[in-house]
Design a protein around this ligand. Sequence first.
Ligand code: SAM
Length: 333
Amino acid sequence: MLVDRFGRVATDLRVSLTDRCNLRCTYCMPAEGLAWMPQPEQLTDAEVNRLVRIAVEQLGVTEVRFTGGEPLIRRGLVGIVAEAARLSPRPRLSVTTNGIGLDRLALPLREAGLDRVNVSLDTLDPGRFHTLTRRDRHADVLAGLRASVAAGLTPVKINTVLMRGVNDDEAAALLRFALDHGYQLRFIEQMPLDAQHQWDRHEMVTASEILAALEPFDLQPDDVSRGTAPAETWLVPGHVDAAGRPARVGVIASVTRPFCGDCDRTRLTADGQVRNCLFATEESDLRKLVRDDAPDTDIAEAWRGAMRGKRAGHGIDDPTFLQPARPMSAIGG
Ligand code: SAM
């Protein structure tokens, strides 16, 4: 198992499949993109499959989420999902995506064994989407959402980052949209992980502000235990999701209501580095072990060692906090 000094056990693996993206969200990366990872540095499909297998078979990982960058632009994605679905015990499998291309890929991914998708969508307005992402792809995201429900990748979750003066007037409209279509909306507080280092603690939209904007929905406390889930959820009376369950809305308040004490995540970057926290400033190189033909047991032991050193908290509020060198898109969100 992946146990740290504080007794937390990591069972949820986030695997970044690429640092590249087909959007250029202003709060994530500059218009010209970033210096992408050279191809030879990226794990091959076979190397990803091997590390996921070790995590599941030897380290107790029960949940694997593929992310990026944009995971849908990784050519081998369907095959990687299929391989993970053959593992025993079979992990739960999901993808975090901007939704572009999901209209085509939702069904093949479902057939390969994918259980769920999280689709990122920050606005309902196509013009605003274009400004925010620097790409005119709003309709593609909506098509991807619809295809995900049709393929049975439910509950389909939408991730939204609200930003002051940009889209913070859309909280209620986004929830209405999610309820009307049976999607589960989760608001994510903006974190200091942008490539441009422009995040400002005083400018971010907080969980309290988000909940205040949702007052008209008369949200009710959720009786289902949150466990290790990052989102705090509320029930939305009078609504059900696409699978017929009571509708919920979530807030991931990593900054103002940190949940590090319950964190069960371990992360693998597209170049095979283990990160024990989104905000870690150190990484452990598994790619070298893989390419040196190290046995599974050595790789598993290196992974355990990487997790043992996990800090108690992300320390965003600490005066000595340092933003990690890798931006969100290169870590895997
Ligand atoms: N391309 C995929 C997508 O759009 O979902 C996966 C990667 S993206 C980095 C994952 C999520 O991180 C998106 O929902 C995005 O909005 C969010 N994100 C990016 N930068 C963020 C930040 N600084 N704080 C909070 N969330 C952020």
